[in-house]
Design a protein around this ligand. Structure first.
Ligand code: AMP
Ligand code: MG
Length: 486
């Protein structure tokens, strides 16, 4: 049956890196069925034939493609600051890689059954969290933020026990430019297996930074590249109010793509302490702490590369790697500031911009104003002032802002159009995501999920009949809580 699909996978991770993963197969499942299929993504990758009953078998892991060598990948990780030397794909499988003209992509399943890395878990996933990852990843992609993407969500026909009872079992098939994480390096570094760390670094360089392969200081340069990608990614998260929720080192990719949409959500009213995850009691991964936590993760990554950066010269290695880690925050802030300036319609930098921006955040702090609505409304003085209970400070700030944009060398209509192209009108509003997931989980009907994904696919363009998707949740509603997607 599977031969008819004619999909050629490569298995470089499994073949080139022996001892970095375990050969494994997905569970048999009673009734695999595709619930959502990402046609656009599939077309780009030549995977359209997976949208079929035979494809459902592959996409749940119940059967393997003829050229696929599925593996569970090994990794370690700091979870909420505590090091676990052995995590790994406890409910996931790398099926192989799709190689297009330009790039190599992983095809990876989540929820396909227990593996040797499962520890106490059941190896399964349920439909709500699977669709949640699908929605969030597509929203991030449409916002122009690097991310893993869902290829398909399938139900398995099983019922899986979770906190609130039995839920439909599901598998997410996702595409990533790789699944190499900070934790992948930590796994070998913690065992002092320097040769393995080097093999993994060489593999990652070949895949993500091939131009570095022949450089004498390639491992230091690689650390710098990862740092640059993360600095930019975090600036992008911050600019749209994205709260990842579980930035453990096993959830931080080398590619700079957002990965593992468990307890993530978008911030409504601006508040650096915004936190949705029910398990993050200390607020470690609150909105405003994310850049610092990314830097912390980067430091763990740097530590795992020390032996490669300056072999036999640990002090030099610490100095070189330390400089990279110290440079993360200034680099991040520069990118962030440029994004913020763009959100305010500013292109050419002006010395006054710093105080304009700090004035803006002082204004937003404690004002109970919806972050996304604020930027979208900024060009319209009346609308933006109406968002605040106290009109005084915003009126003053808005006048300053208006004077500042007069100094831009573009007509106002162009400035406002450029602002609309960076300030989304539609983000995955928590109450809309929840309503759609509830419908899908309780009735199996994915109409609302599909509509939400469709609206979010063009987040900057106003769409007829989509007003409710742009509105913040009722402020009197209980604080939004998310749970880890297990
Ligand atoms: P996450 O918080 O989803 O990034 O997962 C952290 C670790 O827990 C990874 O090693 C996962 O494979 C593992 N894990 C999460 N959920 C399950 C599950 N239901 N069964 C087995 N392992 C799991
Ligand atoms: Mg994870």
């Amino acid at each position: 049956m599977t031969e008819t699909l004619n999909i050629a996978l490569e298995n470089s991770y499994a073949d080139d890196l022996s001892g970095f993963s375990v050969s494994w197969n997905g569970d048999m499942v009673p009734a695999p069925e595709i619930v959502l299929f990402n046609t656009d993504l599939a077309e780009n990758l030549g995977l359209e034939t997976l949208n079929s009953p035979a494809g459902a078998q592959i996409l749940t892991g119940a059967q393997a493609l003829p050229m696929s060598k599925p593996v569970a990948m090994a990794y370690a990780g700091h979870q909420f600051g505590n090091f676990s030397p052995k995590l790994g794909d406890g409910r996931a499988l790398l099926l192989g890689e799709i190689v297009t003209d330009q790039q190599r992509f992983d095809l990876h399943l989540k929820g396909s059954g227990k593996t040797p890395f499962s520890r106490g878990g059941d190896g399964k996933a349920v439909i709500g969290p699977v669709l949640r990852e699908y929605i969030m990843g597509e929203a991030m992609h449409a916002l122009g933020i690097p991310t893993t993407r869902a290829l398909a969500a399938c139900t398995t026909g099983e019922q899986i026990m979770r906190q609130h009872g039995r839920e439909p079992g599901a598998v997410l098939a996702r595409i990533a430019s790789s699944h190499i994480r900070v934790g992948s390096f930590q796994f070998f570094a913690a065992r002092q297996e320097t040769d393995q760390v080097r093999q993994l670094a060489d593999y990652a360089i070949a895949r993500h930074d091939p131009d570095l392969a022949d450089q004498d200081d390639k491992y230091l340069q690689f650390l710098i590249r990862v740092s640059e990608r993360q600095a930019k990614l975090l600036a992008q998260w911050m600019s749209v109010g994205f709260v990842h929720g579980v930035m453990n080192t096993d959830n931080m990719t080398i590619s700079g793509e957002t990965i593992d949409y468990g307890p993530c959500a978008f911030m409504d009213r601006y508040d650096p302490q915004t936190l949705f995850s029910s398990i993050d009691h200390a607020g470690r991964y609150a909105y405003g702490r994310q850049p610092v936590m990314a830097q912390w993760n980067l430091a763990r990554f740097a530590e795992s590369l020390l032996d490669l950066i300056a072999p036999g010269a640990p002090d030099t290695a610490v100095q070189l790697a330390g400089d990279v880690v110290n440079n993360f925050m200034p680099m991040h802030l520069k990118i962030w500031e440029n994004l913020m300036r763009a959100k305010c319609g500013l292109t050419a930098p002006d010395p006054s911009d710093k105080s304009l921006l700090s004035g803006l955040f002082q204004l937003l702090d404690g004002a109970n104003v919806d972050y996304t609505s604020f930027f979208r409304a900024l060009p319209n003085q009346k609308t933006v002032i109406s968002l605040f209970t106290d009109p005084g400070p915003i009126t003053q700030w808005h006048a300053k802002w208006q004077a500042r944009i007069q100094t831009e060398e573009r007509p106002e209509t162009q400035i406002f159009a450029d602002m609309d192209a960076i300030n989304p009108l539609y983000i995955p509003r928590n109450h809309m995501v929840e309503a759609a997931l509830k419908q899908a989980t309780e009735t199996g009907d994915t109409t609302q999920v599909e509509r939400l994904i469709s609206v979010l696919s063009t987040p900057f363009t106003e769409q007829a009949g989509a007003a409710e998707y742009s509105r913040p949740a009722d402020q009197s509603a209980a604080p939004y809580k998310t749970f880890c997607g297990t």
